[in-house]
Write a protein that binds this ligand. Structure first.
Ligand code: NAD
Ligand code: IPM
Ligand code: MN
Length: 360
């Protein structure tokens, strides 16, 4: 089969990690007889440089016409002073929000897996993670604070900034169904995370999730307040199967979850909606501090490409092959610097991509 993939490298380490994921996809193509054709598109700071905006309507249309989208990361150097003065709609990140919303990709799946081989890279005490863990953060991606009304105004001589957090019941219902469907294929446990002791949107969240749960009698539903969840993730990550949560909470909790898997460079992600067209990207950002140094861990992006094979193309065996190649490389003792440990061999971004591709 021939598959057309929008390849959006983006900024910072984006081009380095996307290159490695494509290397692995091409090896899959050779071995299993598929052709992956890439359409290279600009999004983020690199698009602002050329077109004056992070994602043009034309680029969005081109992405829509593809079978799936592989993304590196967008964003400039958050360490630069005053970068935050650029308003959200003009920032590199605006393109990311536009593509998620524009394609209706409301379901973001971020698997947090502690591979046996990486148990030493997990900062938790070994007894907390014995036997590894495997859970997913199911994050609502097109609602909440990210897409609410936002403005900065002057009121009685005082500057006031307003961000609005809203969810309607339909937005909650559709992501909850995803959460339960995913749980049915796993260990049948959903932990719905909210702040229902304070927020109206969370009280509605909890009510709708409980309604949806009635259609999934086999799934055990628990509710947890987000502050407690942040704590439980480092106290006992093994308790989780599917963490179902809203946009902002999911953003924060997934970065936290990544660290207990060893590194943010390990956490893949798939953003899906009503069709097979998905967006696949690592959960981390453009890492400007290490860009261009061949230091970035490409595994999160490579595992995201595996999710593309599975969710957009229904190529289960090929997806397994990528995941097994990643495990094999770790077993063989190769590490990028973020997951480096004593007695292991430290390799760069390109070498890690080569080693994974070789094992397919
Ligand atoms: P970041 O995730 O880019 O980096 C945080 C830290 O993790 C840095 O020290 C970085 O070097 C390290 N890191 C990240 N990915 C790594 C990898 N693959 N291998 C090894 N180390 C890695 O977060 P940040 O510094 O807060 O943000 C930088 C920029 O990225 C910002 O502009 C932000 O908005 C953007 N961002 C984009 C996305 C995206 O495109 N999906 C996601 C998050 C942040
Ligand atoms: C992520 C990122 C984005 C988000 C930013 C860059 C807008 O942090 O994908 O996790 O907050 O969703
Ligand atoms: Mn994030």
């Amino acid at each position: 089969m021939n598959y057309k993939i929008a390849s959006i490298a983006g900024d910072g380490i984006g081009p380095e990690i996307v290159r490695e994921a494509r290397k692995v996809l091409d090896k899959i193509g050779q071995k299993y007889g598929h052709t992956f054709e890439y359409e290279e598109l600009l999004m983020g700071g690199c698009s602002i440089d050329v077109y004056g905006e992070s994602l043009t309507d034309e680029t969005l249309e081109k992405a829509k016409a593809c079978d799936s989208i592989l993304l590196g990361a967008v964003g400039g150097n958050v360490g630069q002073s005053n970068w935050y003065q650029i308003e959200p709609s003009k920032r590199p990140e605006a393109g990311l929000l536009k593509i998620r919303k524009g394609l209706g990709l409301y379901a973001n799946i971020r698997p947090a897996i502690l591979f046996d081989e990486l148990s030493g890279a997990c900062p938790l005490k070994p007894e907390l993670t014995e036997g590894g863990f495997d859970f997913v953060v199911m994050r609502e991606l097109t609602g909440g604070l990210y897409f609410g009304e936002r403005k900065t105004i002057e009121e009685n001589g005082v500057t006031k900034a307003i961000d609005t957090l809203s969810y309607d019941e339909n937005e909650i219902r559709r992501i909850a169904k995803w959460g339960f469907d995913v749980a049915m294929k796993r260990n049948k446990k959903v932990c719905s995370v909210d702040k229902a002791n304070v927020l109206d949107s969370s009280r509605l969240w909890r009510k709708v999730v409980k309604e949806v749960a009635k259609d999934y009698p086999e799934v055990e539903l628990t509710d947890m307040l987000v502050d407690n969840c942040a704590m439980q993730l480092v106290r006992d990550p093994k308790q989780f199967d599917v963490i179902l949560t809203e946009n902002m909470f999911g953003d924060i909790l997934s970065d936290e979850a990544s660290m207990v898997t060893g590194s943010i460079g390990m956490l893949s992600s798939a953003s899906l909606g009503a069709t097979k067209l998905g967006l696949y990207e690592p959960s981390h950002g453009s890492a400007p501090d290490i860009a261009g140094q061949n230091k970035a861990n490409p595994i999160a992006t490579i595992l995201s490409a595996a999710m593309m094979l599975r969710y957009s193309f229904d190529l289960e065996e090929e997806a397994d092959a990528v995941e097994n190649a990643v495990k094999q490389v770790l077993k063989d003792g190769y590490r990028t610097v973020d997951i480096m440990a004593e007695g292991k061999t430290c390799v760069g971004t390109t070498e890690m991509g080569d080693l994974i591709a070789e094992r397919i």
